[in-house]
Design a protein around this ligand. Structure first.
Ligand code: HEC
Length: 710
């Protein structure tokens, strides 16, 4: 795309799209592109395109659909450069599509493994210098450098075009499950990456690393679990880098290109729910860390949860914004959270722009759990998800359901956000384990300082159990590694976490081995499991009569891991608080869309977001639903978002009022953040869709692009 190059960009470089410009102030990308995860490296999910506007958006219609022939989950926000849409399929193939027609230009599948057993890869990164371009795709533990014209690997990078991301991490790296759920971020001639890792030991320490885009050489590494002589080491037990894992950044980053600062949101330390073996605050877990993007040195940090025992990862990339305070413009960084808070900091200093209070929180009922005595809570903006479930907030769908919910609720401990899990009764987690905010990220109106956030708003419960002794290998491993998601009783928490009670009906021993080695969907792989461990688990789950399935030994995997079985308490499983019909047992809204003025901290609007079509058909007011994938904003004042799980709609709202201006029912749900671009003068909105999170819906996945009729 050459239109407007040069003209528009010299203006843009000076204003909002700073991250589209390189050092020399020369434009790298145009406003027709969507060149990075989040639109720009500033994480604004904002496009300056205005062809589609309030007056004509009602005429928006599908322009093309690219079917991916997979029942898996597609969470990728594509990037678009020079009219080519680069996406990732549920089976982790990279595809290049003609942005005007959806025609496949090339596809790349570089993984030497069965890709049915794959996790999400939510985006890509493009490095461009003059005529040279490299497309980076993080697929599981591989970072691939691809020629965007041909789809061939760039041999000069790493090992013939690929880096094994486990390389260079401390310890026996073959034991680590590492997966790039979010793309790297390009800063000058480096790509900055984080990764997702296991939720139980052994998990990799979440080092943040920058690699040279040309060679794949390591440029710097920041230790989110500090070494002995590094800042923060005293917030861990001795030798933590060798023994602890997590504190990883799986959600992506934002970059202040001018200041050369990258903002890194991190997740919790491992294991998620019991911290008896990681006494201390555990810096830099659950933190927003500002790093010098050239050296990896820490500029400032803010830890949102001390010694996290609730899995309160920072779930989304931050967004850069400029706010007005007493007539002064302040460059800020905004970070959303699962707790329903949006934190706002001075980008340069880390000073909070709304006061953050330190609140005393409950201690643990378990002697072995050194829960933090206090937690920081922002005083504004008000949380965008409800904070403490009380009996008067239960479902009102019918008097019977309300009675049922009250009865259940009377067995729960519900005292707000920071109640450590115990062994006596389920503890309410509200907002739930999936937020509040999730990985889709927020959109920003850069001129007005407004942030747009979609949020989940349902309750979950969790509980711990003392680790029992004297179990067989399979059962011990199951309880140590699997019960977290599939439940101590193997009932899971369907549909997200399947029950394994009848696994033999759906899973063959071969599939089980692949699932355990590589992971599947939201389930991480367990490469550290030795053959005898895999056999033990397979026998336990697939051959209840005890017939051995062991003809394994195909691949030598590292020694048996019963690591994690020494942990004193285990989590019994993620449980949504649902009524007998499967609807949330709290009163609606179950999902919301919010517009918050970050200058004042005030809400401009807040609406229920998402429908259960069958409830709407019964005449029930829109309830809101769980939603995944974020919004994008255009300069014409339109907020585009898919994300709603059950109605499969993509919608456009008037950003000023929250009024719904357009909606379209897609074949699959838009569980991803859209991208906005232009080809040959025509503006498109493209989104990845899939139904894997809603097993009752017809399965499939596609990229779907919308435009005004020609
Ligand atoms: C972090 C959560 C998590 C952990 C820990 C976990 N799983 Fe899973 N597991 C899942 C999810 C989510 C799925 C569904 C994946 C999908 O299809 O998207 C799944 C699917 C499966 C399936 C396929 C079920 C079917 O009917 O298709 C099997 C078998 C399985 N897990 C076994 C295990 C075993 C054995 C362990 C322990 C070694 C384990 N899982 C640990 C989350 C987890």
């Amino acid at each position: 795309m050459t239109e407007i190059k040069g003209i528009a960009l010299s203006v843009l470089c000076l204003s909002i799209l700073v991250s589209a410009c390189r050092d020399d102030e020369e434009a790298v990308f145009t406003e027709s592109d969507w060149p990075a995860y989040g639109g720009q490296n500033n994480g604004n999910r904002y496009s300056t395109l205005t062809q589609v506007n309030r007056d004509n958006v009602s005429r928006l219609t599908p322009a093309w659909q690219f079917d991916m022939d997979s029942a898996g989950s597609s969470q990728t926000q594509p990037i678009v450069v020079d009219g080519v849409v680069y996406g990732i399929t549920p089976n982790l193939e990279v595809v290049a599509l003609n942005g005007a027609s959806g025609e496949l230009l090339w596809s790349f599948s570089g993984l030497e493994r069965p890709t049915d057993f794959a996790g999400p890869s939510r985006g890509l990164a493009m490095w461009k210098d003059g005529d040279k371009e490299i497309l980076f795709a993080g697929l599981l533990d591989n970072l691939f450098a691809i020629d965007p014209d041909s789809g061939d690997l760039v041999a000069e990078f790493g090992n013939d075009g690929v880096l094994d991301l486990r390389t260079g991490l401390p310890g026996d790296t073959s034991r680590y499950y590492v997966s790039m759920s979010s793309p790297g971020l390009i800063y000058r001639d480096t790509i900055i990456v984080g990764f997702r890792t296991a939720e139980n030991p052994p998990a990799a320490p979440g080092d943040i690393r920058a690699f040279d885009v040309r060679t794949g050489e390591l440029v710097w590494s920041f230790h989110t679990i500090p070494a002995a002589d590094e800042f923060g080491a005293d917030t861990w037990p001795e030798g933590a880098r060798a023994t602890q894992g997590g504190a990883n950044a799986w959600a992506g980053f934002a970059l202040d290109e001018e200041r050369g600062i990258v903002y890194v949101p991190t997740g919790s330390a491992v294991p998620d729910f019991f911290g008896g073996e990681r006494k201390g605050d555990n810096l830099f877990a659950n933190s927003l860390v500002a790093l010098d993007a050239t050296t990896g040195e820490r500029v400032w940090h803010f830890q949102a949860i001390r010694h996290d025992i609730w899995d309160r990862d920072f779930p989304a990339p931050p967004s850069l914004v400029t706010v007005q305070r007493e007539g002064r413009a302040i460059d800020a960084v905004a970070q959303t959270s699962k707790q329903g808070y949006v934190y706002l900091f001075d980008r340069a200093t880390g000073e909070p722009l709304f006061p953050i209070e330190e609140r005393t929180v409950p201690t643990s009922s378990l002697a072995e759990e050194p829960a933090a005595p206090s937690q920081p809570v922002p005083t504004a903006p008000a949380p965008f998800a409800r904070q403490e479930l009380t009996a008067d907030m239960l479902t009102t769908r019918s008097p019977e359901m309300n009675d049922w919910a009250r009865e259940q609720f009377s067995n729960f401990l519900s005292e707000g956000l920071f109640v450590p899990f115990g062994t006596e009764q389920p503890t309410v987690v509200f907002p739930g384990f999936d937020g509040g905010a999730e990985w889709g990220g927020a959109a920003i109106d850069p001129a007005k300082g407004i942030i747009f956030i979609n949020s989940n708003d349902i309750a979950w419960t969790g509980e711990l159990v003392a680790s029992p002794n004297g179990m067989g290998v399979g059962e011990a491993l199951y309880q140590a590694q699997c019960a977290l998601c599939h439940g101590t009783d193997r009932q899971g928490s369907p549909p997200e976490f399947p029950a394994l009670t009848n696994a033999s009906e759906t899973v063959s021993p071969d599939e089980m081995r692949n699932i355990l080695r590589y992971g599947i969907g939201r389930m991480p792989g367990f490469p550290a499991l030795a053959p005898e461990a895999v056999t033990g688990l397979t026998d336990l789950l697939l051959n209840p009569e005890g017939v051995s399935s062991s003809d394994d030994g195909k691949e030598a995997v590292p020694s048996l891991s019963t690591e994690g079985s020494s942990v004193a308490y285990r989590f019994t499983g993620y449980n949504r608080f649902l009524d007998p019909d499967g609807y949330p047992a709290v009163a609606p809204p179950w999902g919301t869309l919010n517009a918050i003025d970050l200058n004042t901290g005030e809400y401009l609007w807040k609406i229920p977001f998402g429908e259960y079509p069958e409830l709407t058909a019964q005449g029930i007011d829109v309830t809101g639903t769980e939603n995944y994938g974020g919004p994008v904003l255009t300069a014409s004042g339109l907020l585009f978002i898919g994300a709603t799980l059950y109605d499969r709609k993509i919608r456009a709202y008037d950003a000023a009022s929250g009024e719904l201006l357009w909606e379209y029912e897609m074949p699959y749900a838009g569980m991803a953040t859209p991208a906005v671009y232009r080809v040959d003068g025509r503006q498109y909105v493209v989104i990845a869709t899939s139904n894997s999170r809603n097993p009752r819906a017809q399965q499939g996945s596609a990229y779907i692009a919308f435009a005004l009729p020609e």
